[in-house]
Ligand binder design. Sequence first.
Ligand code: SF4
Length: 74
Amino acid sequence: MTDLERYETDAIRVTYDSGVCVHAAECIRGLPEVFNADAQPWIQPQHADPNAVAEQVKRCPSGALQYQFLKQPQ
Ligand code: SF4
């Protein structure tokens, strides 16, 4: 069973599957203003440009992070 978490702004939705994450911390190193294990919630996509969030999500080595633009990025 997957445990899919969902975080979104009006521009982008980020989903996270904790069962898939390999805890490489690539996301936290790459974009700490959005991915912060000490914050609540730990993913806050409103803190960066949606394109930057998407680029970081693409670097997730496990595929635990996925994104979907909810409107066309500027
Ligand atoms: S980059 Fe992906 S695999 Fe690595 S900690 Fe973040 S969500 Fe998990």
